[in-house]
Design a protein around this ligand. Structure first.
Ligand code: ZN
Length: 390
């Protein structure tokens, strides 16, 4: 049984013959072949001696085993040079087979910590990481449409990293070390101007910092304010009102509102259960201010549902009237922001480009970070994220 398992393990190493099997070890050797003497260039098949070398190969399911290679040394009858046989699966001075190395690297495509990978493949964590460090991605080509977003990566002492994505094929392009204006400008400036001039749209959240970087780096790019981030601002405004309003509540009611806040944040049309709708109505009946804020949130989503700029302008005007009527400071602030970003929001509506995919990317990164207890080294994190997405 073990023998069959061992044999299948070496299917890819065709010439190898198994010469000894014990309960938990295996000895293999390569066939005897004509070799060229590295010293004088003459041919020889004369064996000088054998050495047993312990090597590492692919893991067997539920079984640890020792693998030995019976290495042959040839001797040249013309010049007496002694030399080891050629080995197609084990590079010179290596103890690990090429297949094992490839297998270990491929494990990094999964959401799995380096220590788990090391354990499963019977190597040290340092070795697993050293192998993965061979994976590296060069700077990408800039696409016509570019998405930029930040995420909390906590790598190398920087809390936030930036993610660049091509929203057309939803592929991560690059990860930048931080979100500092100077560093972002320097990064984009490293691309030739012809390439930067080729970028037509840049999708981003409503951050003035990103906007100034993009404006100075991409001469022909139109900025698109990501719809998801824009809508989220209305949720944040509503959340802020909820927290303010519930300060006057009893302990019990405050806890209840906090626990049920998703009913407020979800779009009303997405509440499917009657009891949820009923519960929401009861919550809104408690505070007029909360109820007005809720209405403004819902109406804002409708503004954002507009399918062209004419519709947007019309719906926004109606929304603005309501905001002014209710005069809630959180929504006054939102209104200001939305006016300031009018062109970018309309660009989002007319092009349909969004960073929805980036959020998915960020969630995957979060899972990865949890699994790996934080990925400290920036370069490794960058390669890991790009490798997982490839
Ligand atoms: Zn020779």
């Amino acid at each position: 049984m073990l023998n069959i398992q061992f044999t299948t393990l070496f299917l890819d190493l065709e010439d190898l013959s198994i010469i000894n099997v014990t309960e938990n070890s295996l000895t293999v050797q390569l066939p005897r072949k004509l070799h060229i003497c590295p010293s004088c260039g003459q041919q020889t098949q004369k064996v000088h001696d054998y050495r047993l070398q312990k090597i590492k190969h692919l893991p067997l399911l539920h079984k640890t085993y020792d693998l030995f290679l019976r290495k042959r040394r040839y001797v040249c009858p013309h010049c007496s040079k002694r030399f080891f046989e050629d080995n197609p699966f084990l590079l010179k001075y290596q103890r690990m087979t090429t297949l094992l190395k490839q297998f270990i690297i491929s494990q990094f495509a999964q959401v799995k910590s380096a220590s788990a990978i090391a354990k499963d493949t019977n190597v040290s964590v340092t070795t697993a990481l050293r192998l993965f460090d061979h994976v590296d991605y060069p700077k990408p080509q800039l696409p016509e449409v570019l998405s930029i977003d930040e995420f909390k990566g906590n790598a190398d002492g920087e809390e936030f990293q930036c993610l660049l994505v091509n929203p057309k094929d939803k592929r991560p392009l690059d990860i930048l070390e931080n979100r500092k204006t100077d560093d972002l400008c320097k990064y984009f400036a490293s691309f030739p101007i012809e390439q930067r001039a080729h970028v037509k749209y840049v999708v981003m959240d409503l951050s003035s910092l990103f906007r100034s970087v993009i404006k100075s780096s991409f001469p022909n790019a139109k900025i698109i304010a990501d719809k998801f981030h824009t809508c989220r601002l209305a949720n944040w405004a509503l959340e802020s009102v909820r927290k303010e309003v519930q300060k006057e509540f009893s302990d019990y009611r405050r806890k209840y509102f906090k626990k049920s806040r998703f009913l407020l944040l979800k779009r009303h049309k997405n509440l499917k259960r009657d009891e949820d709708k009923e519960q929401l109505a009861n919550m809104l009946a408690v505070s007029e201010k909360l109820s007005q804020a809720y209405r403004l949130k819902e109406l804002f989503y409708e503004v954002m549902d507009s399918t062209d700029s004419v519709e947007y302008v019309k719906r926004f005007k109606q929304w603005q009237e309501n905001v002014m009527r209710y005069d809630i400071k959180q929504f006054n602030k939102l209104m200001k922001t939305v006016i300031e970003w009018k062109n970018e929001i309309i660009a989002a509506i007319s092009t349909g480009y969004s960073n929805g995919y980036i959020e998915g990317c960020n969630n995957r990164t979060k899972v990865l970070k949890r699994t790996c207890y934080g990925i400290q080294k920036f370069k490794r994190m960058r390669n890991r994220i790009l490798y997982m997405a490839a």
